[in-house]
Design a protein around this ligand. Structure first.
Ligand code: FES
Length: 241
C-alpha cells in the first residue's frame, strides 16, 4: 500500500474533508459545523442532496443556521430572503415583485456524500473524494461509533495517532486512518479539520462476521479512542508551550 502523508494535503483548501456524518444532517434541519476555520451551514434539498454553504447570509451576515428550510430553498431568519440550492437569491419579501439580481448569492462549497459521511472542499478539488479500502463492498458492515471534538489541529492529531505503539494506525488518505484489526472489527478514523486549534475524530468500525453486539463494540472502541484523544490533546498542549 502506498505511504500517505498527512501534513500538507490536510491543510490544502482544495482537498476533500469530512464535515459531518450523513445522519448528522437529517432532512429539514440546518446544521452548523466548521472546516478549516470556516463556519458552515449544512442542509438537504427536497431530493436529499446535501448542501454545504458559508453560514452567513450575503445580505447582512446573519447565520443561515438560525434560518429555515422552505422546500428546496433556505430562508434567512432576519429579512426572509430566500436562496436556492445553487446559492442564488430567489425572493426578497420587501420587494415581492423583484427578480433578485444574479450577484446576490450565498457562498456555496463543493460537496459529496460517500461512506455515510458528507465531504466538502473550500477550494476547487481536482480529484474525487479519496477511496477508503476498508469501506469497499464486501469488506464488512460499516458501523458508526461517535464523533469526538479534539483540542488539537487535524494534522497534528493524525501524526500523534500514527506515532502510537500500543494501538497502531496507518494512513489511507491524508486525514483517514485505519487501526489494528481485532477479531471483531477494524476501526477507521476520519479527521475533520475544524480550525487551527481543533479537529473532530469521526470513529467508524468495519465489523466482521460473528462480531460482538454493536453496543459492546461501540463501548469498547469509544473507551479506546477517549484514551487516545487524551494523549493527542496532552501532546498538542505540550507542543504549544
Ligand atoms: S440578513 Fe439575511 S435576509 Fe437580511
Amino acid at each position: 500500500m502506498a505511504v500517505v502523508t498527512v501534513t500538507e494535503e490536510s491543510r490544502s483548501a482544495d482537498g476533500w474533508f469530512v464535515v459531518a456524518t450523513s445522519a448528522d444532517v437529517p432532512p429539514g434541519q440546518i446544521v452548523q459545523t466548521f472546516l478549516q476555520g470556516q463556519e458552515l451551514a449544512l442542509w438537504r434539498d427536497t431530493h436529499g442532496a446535501a448542501q454545504v454553504w458559508e453560514d452567513r447570509c450575503p445580505h447582512r451576515g446573519t447565520r443561515f443556521t438560525i434560518g429555515r428550510i422552505a422546500g428546496d430553498q433556505l430562508a434567512c431568519a432576519y429579512h426572509g430572503w430566500r436562496f436556492a440550492a445553487g446559492g442564488h437569491c430567489t425572493y426578497i419579501p420587501a420587494h415581492p415583485g423583484l427578480t433578485p439580481p444574479k450577484p446576490i448569492c450565498a457562498r456555496t462549497y463543493a460537496v459529496r456524500e460517500r461512506y455515510g459521511m458528507i465531504w466538502a472542499s473550500l477550494g476547487s478539488p481536482e480529484s474525487d473524494v479519496p477511496v477508503l479500502p476498508p469501506f469497499a463492498d464486501g469488506a464488512g458492515r460499516r458501523l458508526f461509533c461517535r464523533s469526538f471534538v479534539t483540542r488539537c489541529p487535524a494534522d497534528e492529531a493524525a501524526q500523534q495517532l500514527l506515532a502510537q505503539t500500543d494501538h497502531r494506525y496507518r494512513a489511507i488518505a491524508p486525514l483517514a486512518l485505519v487501526g489494528d484489526t481485532d477479531t471483531d472489527a477494524t476501526p477507521v478514523l476520519l479527521i475533520q479539520p475544524m480550525s487551527e486549534q481543533r479537529s473532530i475524530l469521526h470513529l467508524w468500525l468495519v465489523t466482521h462476521d460473528g462480531a460482538d453486539s454493536d453496543a459492546a463494540l461501540r463501548e469498547r472502541h469509544v473507551t479506546l479512542i477517549k484514551t487516545q484523544r487524551s494523549r493527542v490533546e496532552a501532546a498538542a498542549a505540550a507542543l504549544a508551550q
